[in-house]
Ligand binder design. Structure first.
Ligand code: AMP
Length: 284
């Protein structure tokens, strides 16, 4: 496995692979890898001749006061995990390889970047889309792999690809969970035991609403309310939002239908948790 730190070098390697007819799968990450990331890498490994994983904690997508400085960076372990999964190249750039002093241009995500996650995290999706565009240009993948857990991010990346006619297929991968339902996240490491035991309640609330949908309830506002009410018995979870939206437009549908996303965000002792379920698709 190559570990590449230079932007130019990763681009040259990717261009050489593509010129030789090899397809390339890219898995962008911020490191601190868990089984969720691993599932993306495994899928990329199955579907491409070459696999590139990137590890870059992107400062642009952190708001002031967020956890940029303390974000976990277990780089040796991450490299071992990626090696074990048969990745061809890890792109692990320093800051100046992505944002040299001369860097000026950013991707404006448009109105979808301002709602839900974007409302609580101003500038977050501008940072995400800027780094994703750069990583796509550097690694030149045929396919890029993203987790359904970050549903709004996935939708915005798809929009970026459509708007700029980027020659890449975006592959969404199902959310990997702990046995008690908590979606895996590098940030779960911040949870102390009491908070850790409360954390699955977010998924539990979303699931209850998804079950109500299965039982025939189709009013989006009523389904959102159900999830909010399920959370109201857990005062330690501070609600940010619960929103039901169309998976392609981020709009609330007139009537809930299969494929719609019911997403939620809470704060738990200052730690932000997000999760979502896809209506009609969840194993309940
Ligand atoms: P991150 O390192 O948090 O930027 O995540 C890198 C990629 O892994 C993103 O596409 C995430 O959506 C995805 N991801 C994070 N957590 C999970 C999970 N529990 N299951 C599946 N994919 C995930």
């Amino acid at each position: 496995m190559q570990v590449v730190t230079q932007a130019q070098a990763v681009q040259q390697q990717a261009l050489a692979w593509r010129a030789a007819g090899d397809d390339v799968g890219l898995v962008p990450t911020m490191g601190a890898l868990h089984a969720g990331h691993e599932s993306l890498v495994r899928r990329a490994r199955r579907e491409n001749r070459r696999v590139v994983a990137s590890i870059f904690v992107n400062p642009l997508q952190f708001s002031p006061g967020e956890d940029l400085a303390r974000y976990p960076r277990p780089i040796q372990r991450d490299l071992e995990v990626l090696e074990g999964l048969g990745v061809d190249a890890v792109f692990q750039p320093e800051l100046d390889q992505i944002y040299p002093a001369s860097f000026r241009t950013h991707v404006d995500p448009g109105p979808w970047g301002e709602v839900l996650e974007g409302r609580s995290r101003p500038g977050h999706f501008r940072g995400v889309l800027t780094v994703v565009l750069k990583l796509l240009e550097l690694a030149r993948p045929s396919r890029a792999y993203f987790g359904q857990k970050d549903a709004q991010q996935l939708l915005l990346v798809r929009q970026l690809v459509r708007d700029f006619c980027l020659p890449v297929r975006i592959v969404s991968c199902p959310t990997v969970r702990e046995p008690d339902g908590l979606a895996l996240s590098s940030r779960n490491a911040y949870l102390d035991p009491a908070r850790r035991s409360s954390a699955p309640a977010l998924y539990g609330a979303l699931r209850q609403a998804a079950q109500a949908y299965r039982d025939g309830r189709k009013d989006p506002a009523a389904l959102e309310r159900l999830a909010v009410e399920a959370l109201s018995g857990r005062p330690e979870l501070e609600l940010d939002y619960v929103a039901l939206f169309d998976e392609a437009t981020l709009e609330r549908p007139a009537e809930a239908g299969p494929g719609n996303v019911l997403a939620g965000a809470v704060k738990l002792g200052g730690i932000r948790l997000i999760d979502n379920v896809i209506l009609g698709a969840e194993v309940l």
